[in-house]
Design a protein around this ligand. Structure first.
Ligand code: TRP
Ligand code: ZN
Length: 849
């Protein structure tokens, strides 16, 4: 390990920076191994601060000169930055540093990707570009001059001049350094324009490598729809003359909201029917929207410090979810989001990495870009909206934008806007931001004299916490009469105490309860419910989320019994599924979701949650055998769907067509278990789009007859990086448990494998960590292979390595043998010399040391 005791940062220690910055001028003289960065910064004392030393962050910089008011100074340098004596009052600081973007494989700061220069500064990458107070509450207008021989030179804001080998940009909106961006390379733009509601014309550019121009239409369309939507729904307009998006191949995450110059992982920009799947299109739409929406929730109003990360991320995720729902289907979007929330956030909350939506301490902030901050952060906003209503939500958000435009704000500021606008006290609600853990609500029913009583009891017992304070939990609830009609209008039950009984009187017949509709609260509902009741809700619930949830619960019951008692699925479940598959009144995309089974990891979590030690091998076997049973029982319906859902005309990526395809391909997945891959092979041979080609390939891998198809696919797509990522990932994801490690290992030896490209190594290593039975193969082969890889990778890219350690966050779920193997391997990683701070923090949190 690098540091015996890495430094912990606490929220309670916040103090403002002693200076403000009036303006910043930067000049970049680009060269791959010797880029020179000249900075000129006007500092003035911060009237809101009590003074303090002049400390500028700076890491891995070679300082060649520095001056204050034109006079050379000799600052004191450390690994983290510099300090310097400065005059009282305002002064101008200059510095010149040298950096080597070509050697930067961490992909933060200024780096090179395929010959192109680009930056990633969030959270703390700007300090690798020059000396600066690299904290989000220090905001300034930036003027940037770029000198270099690339044909395209971009930075934030509006262009103010350009000539041979140089360009200048000015961003009038004061911003923190984490939103700085620069791009330089041989790029080409797809250009369009947008007129804002108040009549301002904005040039829209999507910058890509030559040859990729034909793959930008969908992203451009999504951008224009996002801009219009934010005007209509939130009253937010864009505020510069240009909006630039750049697609970059080497990128640590999905995309970044730099002011006026969003930088994207090319995976979330480039799409054509032949190369992108329906799922890819969906993600492109959502991520384009997410980054665009940050212009207001993130950039115009930013975070005071990194503890407030959910202020921008939770809110912006909530906004992009609303947008996707409006563009497609709210029901399907909600189900997708909840599947993801449970798979990533509930899992995180139940293990050693659990933390509040707003943490109160951290060692490495990059480790806190988590499902809890993002996805649970969004759930918290959704609950607020349920509590205050759509009107109240709008009034509160308007107040937030009005009161805090231009600010670096806190969660308390945000909360105050709701309290003031809606006249409520959110003291108890705020526990959702401050306390970790997934609340568990136990529901019991009593029926007497026409009154149904629901007894509700809350705790976080599941996560093993005894410091639980009761929260306010909004549960959208309805009662359904035995004939399938609604026995009363849906209500929001607000649970505020540890225990509470709600009564629904004057009922003629005992109804079936549909609780937590639309997943109105991110909690685990625990409730004794019969198979009949679940089958009834699957057939009759008018809330599509709960309808799906009932089917999911049935599947989990069946799988649990198959794993623990070796039972076979009974007719109740199979018949309910068959009926649902045949129900043409239901949206095809909904039916596709309802036909899906819980994932292996979902089952492991479910079993662990009810006190059973999950055995991933048994889960795998049980799930496979359930899939076969479903296939056999539903064969006529599935075969009919496979034909009926074929598209009438050419491929289009819209939600309706994608929904039919999803159902058709779900049917194919089952049918392939019966027809020896006949349909899949034919589909593979004739597909004219990636959705159909790839799903057919997945089916062939699934039944072990994909050798030729895999070779053909590789020949066809060898020059398309994004498609080849799919080829790598699919082989690992579809490998049998015993083969997974071997296949993954051989793929890292493939000539196209690249340790420096995050998309590529996520396709292999990431895929192995999500192949649950392969990852947890009792031999331990995957554990040691992955740890070997993480050791190699940490030296190149600490941020992504740290993220991948989360594969082990569930280790305490498993049996003693597996725990022993995992511990041994994690300790081997921890013992590595020069381990990054990121990985050091993660491993010690996971091990609990
Ligand atoms: N702020 C970005 C978003 O949510 C994500 C982000 C944070 C990021 N840190 C990053 C992206 C590092 C790339 C690299 O949209
Ligand atoms: Zn974001």
């Amino acid at each position: 390990m690098r540091d015996a005791a890495p430094q912990t940062i606490y929220l309670k220690d916040y103090t403002p920076f002693p200076w403000q910055i009036e303006w910043v001028k930067l000049t970049f003289k680009l060269a791959p191994t010797g880029t020179r960065v000249l900075s000129e910064i006007r500092f003035a004392p911060n009237p809101d601060a009590d003074g303090g030393e002049f400390f500028l962050h700076g890491e891995q910089l070679a300082l060649t000169s520095s001056t204050i008011d034109g006079i050379a100074v000799s600052p004191t340098l450390t690994d983290e930055g510099l300090t310097c004596d400065v005059p009282d009052g305002a002064f101008t600081w200059t510095a010149e540093v040298e950096i080597a973007p070509e050697k930067n494989t961490a992909l933060e700061g200024l780096y090179m990707s395929n010959g192109m220069y680009c930056t990633q500064c969030e959270a703390e990458g700007f300090r690798k570009i020059t000396y600066y107070p690299d904290r989000p509450d220090v905001m300034a207008p930036f003027t940037v001059r770029i000198e270099g021989n690339a044909p395209v030179l971009l930075s934030n804001g509006n262009p103010t001049g350009q000539g041979d080998g140089w360009a200048e940009w000015h961003d009038p909106w004061p911003k923190p350094a984490y939103l700085f961006a620069l791009v330089a390379g041989d790029l080409t733009a797809v250009t369009d324009s947008f007129t804002t509601a108040s009549g301002m014309s904005v040039t829209l550019n999507i910058w890509v490598r030559h040859g990729d121009q034909g793959k930008c239409d969908y992203a451009m369309d999504a951008l224009k729809r996002s801009m219009r939507w934010d005007e209509k729904v939130y009253g937010r307009e864009y505020d510069l003359d240009v909006f630039n998006i750049v697609a970059v191949d080497d990128f640590n995450m999905g995309a970044m909201e730099n002011k006026g110059l969003n930088i994207f992982n090319s995976k979330y920009v480039l799409a054509s029917p032949k190369t992108a799947t329906d799922r890819d299109y969906e993600f492109i739409e959502a991520i384009i929207a997410h980054e665009y929406f940050h212009n207001w929730t993130g950039n115009r109003i930013t975070c005071r410090d990194w503890f407030q990360l959910c202020l921008k991320e939770g809110l912006t995720v909530y906004r992009d979810q609303q947008f996707s729902g409006d563009m497609r289907s709210h029901a399907v979007k909600r189900i997708d989001d909840v599947v993801m929330l449970r798979a990533r956030q509930f899992r995180e909350d139940a293990g050693p990495l659990a933390h509040p939506v707003r943490p109160s301490s951290y060692i490495e902030i990059n480790n806190f870009y988590t499902a809890t901050v993002y996805e649970k952060g969004a759930e918290v906003i959704g609950m607020l909206r349920t509590l205050v209503g759509a009107e109240g939500y709008k009034t509160a958000l308007d107040l937030y934008f009005e009161r805090h435009d231009g600010d670096a704000a806190t969660i308390e500021d945000f909360r105050k806007c709701f309290e003031d606008a809606c006249d409520i006290d959110l003291t108890q609600f705020a526990l959702w931001w401050h306390d970790p853990g997934t609340p568990r609500v136990t529901v019991t029913e009593a029926w007497a004299d026409g009154t149904l009583s629901l007894h509700l009891k809350q705790s976080t017992q599941a996560a093993g916490r005894d410091d639980y304070n009761p929260r306010i939990i909004p549960l959208v609830t309805a009662l359904i009469a035995p004939d399938g009609s609604e026995a009363m209008e849906q209500v929001v039950v607000k649970l505020t105490e540890a225990e509470h009984t709600v009564r629904f009187p004057m009922l003629t017949e005992r109804p079936i309860v549909s609780i937590n509709r639309g997943f109105s609260a991110p909690v685990i509902i625990e409730r004794d419910s019969s198979t009949e009741e679940r089958a009834f809700l699957l057939a009759h619930d008018t809330d599509p989320f709960n309808r799906w949830e009932a089917g999911r619960a049935l599947a989990k019951d069946v799988l649990t019994r198959m794993v623990t008692d070796g039972d076979q699925p009974g007719p109740a479940y199979l018949n309910a599924l068959d009926q649902m598959a045949r129900d043409d009144r239901l949206d095809p995309s909904f039916r596709a979701l309802a036909l899906g089974l819980p994932s292996d990891d979902d089952m492991a979590q479910t079993l662990a949650d009810s006190g059973i030690t999950p055995d991933p091998t048994r889960i795998y076997t049980a799930r496979l055998s359930l899939r076969k049973k479903v296939a056999e029982h539903l064969e006529p319906a599935l075969a009919e769907l496979y034909t009926a859902m074929d598209r009438p005309g050419p491929y289009t990526p819209d939600a309706k067509a994608a929904g039919c395809r999803a159902l058709r391909l779900k049917a194919l997945g089952y049918l392939s278990l019966l027809d020896g891959g006949k349909r899949a092979q034919k589909q593979f041979d004739t597909a004219d789009n990636m959705t159909e080609q790839l799903s057919a390939l997945a089916c062939l891998i699934d039944i072990g007859t994909a050798d030729e198809a895999l070779a053909a696919f590789a020949r066809q797509w060898s020059s398309d990086r994004l498609v080849m990522d799919k080829w790598f990932a699919l082989q690992v994801a579809g490998a049998t448990p015993a083969d997974a490690a071997t296949i993954a290992k051989s793929l890292t030896e493939h000539p196209d494998f690249d340790w420096k490209n995050p998309n590529r190594f996520r396709s292999v290593i990431g895929a192995l960590t999500t192949n649950a039975a392969g990852f947890h193969d009792p031999s331990g082969a995957s554990y040691s292979l992955i740890i070997d890889w993480l050791i190699t990778l940490d030296a190149l890219n600490h941020q992504t390595t740290a993220r991948m350690t989360t594969a082990f966050e569930t280790w305490r779920r498993y049996d003693a043998d597996r725990q022993g193997l995992i511990r041994e391997n994690l300790e081997r990683l921890a013992a590595k010399s020069d381990l990054s701070r990121d990985v050091t923090e993660m491993v010690s949190r996971i091990l609990g040391t």
